[in-house]
Design a protein around this ligand. Structure first.
Ligand code: 2P0
Length: 320
């Protein structure tokens, strides 16, 4: 019986962009996200008897690109003098393409490593380790609506509402399936060093977080829509004004924004958000799910769409 850890990607409505402490990978700002249920990463870790190098299989194929971060993450839990590990991973969506694959991957990896090494830890401890490797991964330990607070010594993360408390839907419009040109880690460091808007982005984040948190507490879709779109566009304006500029969008991303605007004009309860990639995520009430999916599927340049509800945090499962 093999143990697998599974985690879902999360989509930030109030974004993490910028690092306060590079060495510890502490975020400069807090963030608020929703955890998805339809997309997943599964990880299993086996420590080998013999010394040697780690091996990573991604959907059955050997992968060296992600291996250094994967090995570093395992070291943080099992120590540097551990035996070599064989890591198997499965994803049911494109990896490194702005669909938060690193969030779900590193949350699942931390949990799988604890399982394999026979250690136990509380969720926040594991989330902090995942966050030290990939900031957004800390949020995938929790389900529903999740808030991450950026402290000066460490992060705090908690779920502020369960998936069934407010069962929003997310339609992801994929406009490119290839890996992104610049990792979000490198991009946010560049933004912090060069964008003239960066300091005001950091200063204003508390206001956006308060407004989003209140919207979740009140189940106020309109308020959540306004603050989420504003925060997303603000993050992208920081990217665009970095030197050299960071532009993750393509023509189809803009066409998808137009589609969402048209739906809003027809009073459909929907808003968009976009991360470090060209995909657009439309968040809507369940009543609008079909209309939103149809609209985005028919938008020029959309390769495929994924629809998801909200899901739970990282967990261990058996797979025979
Ligand atoms: C977010 N992103 O809040 C933001 C919005 C991308 C855009 O968190 O450098 O890959 O590994 O800590 O975890 C991407 O974050 O960054 C991200 P690192 P990570 O979802």
């Amino acid at each position: 019986m093999k143990m697998w850890a599974q985690a879902q990607p999360n989509i930030a409505l109030v974004k993490y962009w910028g690092k306060r402490d590079l060495a510890r990978n502490l975020p400069a700002v807090g963030s608020l996200s929703i955890t998805l249920d339809a997309l997943y990463s599964r990880m299993s870790v086996d420590f080998l008897e013999n010394p040697g190098s780690d091996e990573l299989l991604l959907n059955g194929e050997s992968n060296t690109a992600m291996l250094p971060r994967v090995s570093m993450c395992i070291d943080r839990i099992a120590g540097n003098d551990r035996s070599a590990a064989r890591i198997q991973s499965e994803f049911n969506f494109p990896v490194a393409a702005g669909l938060a694959s690193s969030a779900s991957a590193f949350a699942a990896l931390v949990l799988a490593t604890y399982e394999a090494s026979g250690q136990t830890a509380d969720t926040l401890t594991m989330a902090r380790i995942a966050g030290s490797v990939s900031g957004s991964a800390a949020r995938s330990f929790y389900g529903g609506f999740v808030e991450l607070t950026a402290g000066s010594k460490d992060i705090d993360v908690e779920s502020i509402a369960d998936p069934e408390d407010w069962p929003l839907k997310v339609v992801v419009a994929v406009t490119e399936t290839g890996p992104k040109r610049l990792s979000s880690g490198e991009a946010m460091i560049r933004s912090g060093k060069t964008s003239p808007f960066y300091s005001s982005w950091v200063e204003r984040q508390a206001d956006d977080l308060a407004m989003a948190r209140e919207a979740v507490e009140k189940r106020d879709f309109e308020q959540l829509a306004v603050v989420s779109e504003h925060n997303c566009l603000k993050m992208h304006s920081v990217m665009w004004t970095s030197r050299p500029p960071i532009v993750y969008w393509n023509n189809a991303t803009l066409a998808c924004m137009e589609t969402v605007r048209d739906l809003q004009k027809r009073s459909e309860p929907v808003f968009f958000t976009i991360d470090a990639g060209p995909q657009l995520k439309a968040v809507c009430l369940p009543s609008a799910e079909e209309t939103v999916r149809d609209g985005l599927s028919q938008t020029d340049g959309v390769v495929t769409t994924y629809t998801s509800g909200l899901g739970y945090g990282a967990r261990v499962s058996e797979q025979l």
